[in-house]
Design a binder for this molecule. Structure first.
Ligand code: 5RP
Length: 235
C-alpha cells in the first residue's frame, strides 16, 4: 500500500550548497569507491548528500547490492528518497564510512557538527575501520577552531553545570545554538541542546576533557581518528 504522499519524494536540500564544484568532485570520487556488497556509513551535510546522490545513481545503473547506515534523520530520509536500502548497526558493521567536516587540521583532526549530528557521526566513524572525510579546500585550517566553534551536545538539565565546566576548560565563548524554524534553541535528534564553544587553544586532550564532563553527550572534536582526507579544489 502507498502513503500517497510526496514529502519524501520531493525532499530537497534545505539550504544553498556553497562551494558546490569542489564538493561535487569529492562526491564523485567517493561514489567511485563503492563495491557490490558494501555496507556504508553515510555522513551528514551537503557534501555527503551529493555523494549519496552519486552512489544512488551507481546503485541504480549497475544494480549494486549496497546498504547504508545513516548518521542523521535527514540523511536517512534522503536514502529513502534515492532508493538506497537502509540498515542499522545491530545488523551490520560498516565496511567503510564517508562524511564531511567543518575543519580539518594538519594532523587530520576535525571539527564537525554544524548540522548537529556529531553523536551519530562519531559513532559511525568509530564503528568503521576505513574512514573517508570529504571536503572542499575551504575546510582546511592550520589550527582547529580557526573558523568554527566546537559544538557540544548537552543533556538539557546539565546545561548550566556543563557551561561552568567548559569555562574551567578555557572556553572563551559559549552560545546556546538557536533553532531555525522553531522558537528557542535547537533540539538534537537525541532530544538534547547544543552549545557552540570557542577556545583559545584546542590541545590534544581537549576532546576527552570535554567528554568527561557529566551531561556532555558528545562533542564535534574528532582528534586522532586518522581518517583519509579527500580534498577537492573549488575551481
Ligand atoms: C554535520 C557535519 C557536516 O559533515 C559538516 O558540517 C560539513 O557539512 P557540508 O558538507 O555541508 O559543508 O559535521 O553535522
Amino acid at each position: 500500500m502507498d502513503w500517497n504522499s510526496s514529502l519524501i519524494k520531493d525532499l530537497e536540500w534545505s539550504d544553498k550548497i556553497i562551494n558546490i564544484t569542489g564538493k561535487q568532485k569529492v562526491a564523485d570520487e567517493i561514489a567511485a569507491k563503492v563495491k557490490d556488497g558494501d555496507t556504508l556509513g553515510v555522513g551528514s551535510g551537503s557534501t555527503s548528500y551529493l555523494a549519496l546522490i552519486a552512489i544512488a545513481n551507481r546503485i541504480k545503473a549497475e544494480k549494486l547490492d549496497v546498504k547504508a547506515i545513516p548518521t542523521s534523520l535527514e540523511i536517512s530520509m534522503f536514502c529513502s528518497k534515492l532508493g538506497v536500502p537502509l540498515t542499522t548497526l545491530y545488523e551490520n558493521k560498516p565496511d567503510w564510512l564517508f562524511d564531511g567536516a567543518d575543519e580539518v587540521d594538519p594532523n587530520n583532526s576535525l571539527i564537525k557538527g554544524r548540522g548537529g549530528a556529531m553523536f551519530k557521526e562519531k559513532l559511525l566513524l568509530s564503528s568503521s575501520a576505513v574512514r573517508y572525510i570529504i571536503v572542499d579546500e575551504s575546510k582546511i585550517v592550520t589550527k582547529l577552531g580557526a573558523n568554527f566553534p566546537v559544538p557540544i551536545e548537552v543533556f538539557p538539565q546539565a546545561l548550566l553545570y556543563v557551561e561552568k565546566e567548559l569555562k574551567q576548560l578555557g572556553a572563551t565563548s559559549i552560545v546556546l545554538r538557536p533553532a531555525k524554524g522553531k522558537d528557542g534553541s535547537i533540539i538534537s535528534e537525541n532530544g538534547n541542546l547544543i552549545l557552540d564553544c570557542k577556545f583559545e587553544d584546542i590541545g590534544i586532550t581537549m576532546e576527552k576533557d570535554i567528554k568527561l564532563i557529566t551531561g556532555v553527550i558528545e562533542s564535534g572534536l574528532f582528534i586522532g581518528y586518522n581518517p583519509t582526507i579527500l580534498m577537492a579544489a573549488n575551481n
